[in-house]
Design a protein around this ligand. Structure first.
Ligand SMILES: [Zn+2]
Ligand SMILES: [Zn+2]
Length: 86
């Protein structure tokens, strides 16, 4: 990655901060605000930890609005997220 021009320093800092917040959002469950231990990926591209996904869909599982974008999550559409956790 090339060094940014010095004139764009403050903008770059803001962009990096936004990127950091985005990364944080992608590794933190929007429901319980914990770091994912076993993230599940919805069809709309959002992640939930598996226990929150179960709570959200209920028992028996039924279609539920995504807490992030309000798209309907079908119970069978959740899949293991490719996010790596250690
Ligand atoms: Zn959670
Ligand atoms: Zn969503």
């Amino acid at each position: 990655m090339p060094d940014p021009p010095s004139a764009s320093g403050p903008t770059m800092a803001r962009a990096l901060q936004a990127l950091g917040e985005q990364l944080q959002a992608e590794t933190t469950c929007p429901l319980c605000l914990e770091l994912f231990s076993r993230p599940m990926l919805t069809a709309c591209g959002h992640s939930l930890c598996s226990s929150c996904a179960q709570d959200l869909l209920g028992s028996p599982p039924r279609p539920t609005a995504c807490p992030q974008c309000r798209a309907i999550i079908e119970p069978g559409s959740l899949r293991m997220s490719p996010l790596r956790t250690h």
